[in-house]
Write a protein that binds this ligand. Structure first.
Ligand code: OGA
Ligand code: MN
Length: 293
């Protein structure tokens, strides 16, 4: 297999209008990437946080896995999602299906057609994925856009007092529910955040590649700032969340067929708006393994 196309191609990086995001052109992902191309894509990713590769309507699940492995090892999908999926003849543990499509009375993927509230993926584990890659196979005629916020900017724009207050605080990330608010199998309902079960992460982290500080919130539901009274924790989290999700830190992805979006799960959060449940949306996702922060 020749990789001539990529060996000389300059990678085009077009920033998108918003607080993060860039579109990448000039990369042929059906070929192995040269070191130079991979480095250019990685540098663009570090700078722009979310990358969009547009117009790749024919990727298979294996192609998405091969693309994702350019940037690290892959994690298995989260517990309780997409098992024994009718969509594949052979199970692919690296692939999470995000879809509202129902086959033989069973949803073939996660998140349905309703809103997925702001979150980063799988932060309830000790080493969450550093990236997620989401590829659009079927999209509804309207709705289902995905919004991202830039958590470097959210951090940078906090008041000096608030930065100081949160500098050494950590937060518990609730493992019991997914981003659509559904209780995961095997978890009990918990209504007291001081009893939340899940990984504990600092509220402020230094990104291992960019070396810049970012706010790390995970998801709001069930979150608890260790060591504070419940009331103080709730007030602090409400303030941080209201700030981090201001429109000035956002960019929204309006999906086209064949879009592949790769986001940095450490310094961005995302949400998915609802769409008409009588229409179909089918996406494949991979998770690129995290590195210790
Ligand atoms: C995800 C997710 C958003 C979307 O796959 O992690 O949040 O737009 N999906 O489907
Ligand atoms: Mn997600």
């Amino acid at each position: 297999m020749s990789s001539m196309i990529n060996s000389n191609a300059p990678v085009s990086v077009q920033p998108l209008p918003g607080a993060l995001g860039a579109e990448i052109r000039g990369v042929d992902f059906s070929q192995p990437l040269t070191a130079s191309v991979r480095k250019q894509v990685e540098e663009a990713w570090t700078k722009h946080v979310v990358l969009r590769f547009r117009g790749m309507p024919t990727l298979s699940a294996d192609d998405l896995i091969a693309f994702s492995k350019n940037f690290g090892n892959l994690d298995a999908r989260p517990i309780g999602s997409s098992e024994k999926n009718p969509y594949f003849e052979v199970d692919k543990p690296e692939i999470t299906i995000i879809s509202n499509v129902v086959v033989a009375g069973k949803p073939i993927g996660g998140l349905g057609a309703y809103e997925a509230v702001w979150h980063s993926d799988m932060t309830y584990v000790d080493l969450p994925p550093k990236a997620s890659c989401l590829y659009a196979i079927e999209i509804p005629p309207s709705g289902g856009n995905t919004y991202f916020v830039n958590m470097y900017e959210a951090y940078d724009t906090l008041s000096a007092g608030l930065k100081q207050r949160i500098a050494s605080l950590s937060c518990v990330h609730d493992a019991s529910r997914n981003s659509a608010g559904e209780l995961r199998r095997g978890f009990a309902e918990i209504n007291d955040p001081t009893k939340t079960v899940g990984a504990v992460h600092p509220l402020v982290r230094v990104h291992p590649t960019s070396k810049k500080r970012c706010l790390f919130l995970g998801r709001r539901r069930g979150a608890y700032v260790s060591g504070l009274s419940l009331a103080d924790s709730e007030a602090l989290l409400d303030e941080l969340w209201a700030h981090a999700t201001e429109p000035r830190f956002m960019w929204s992805q309006e999906w086209q067929l064949g879009d592949l979006v790769m986001w940095d799960n450490r310094c961005a959060m995302h949400r998915r708006e609802a769409f008409d449940p009588s229409t179909r949306r089918l996406m494949l996702r991979t998770q690129i393994s995290g590195e210790a922060v």
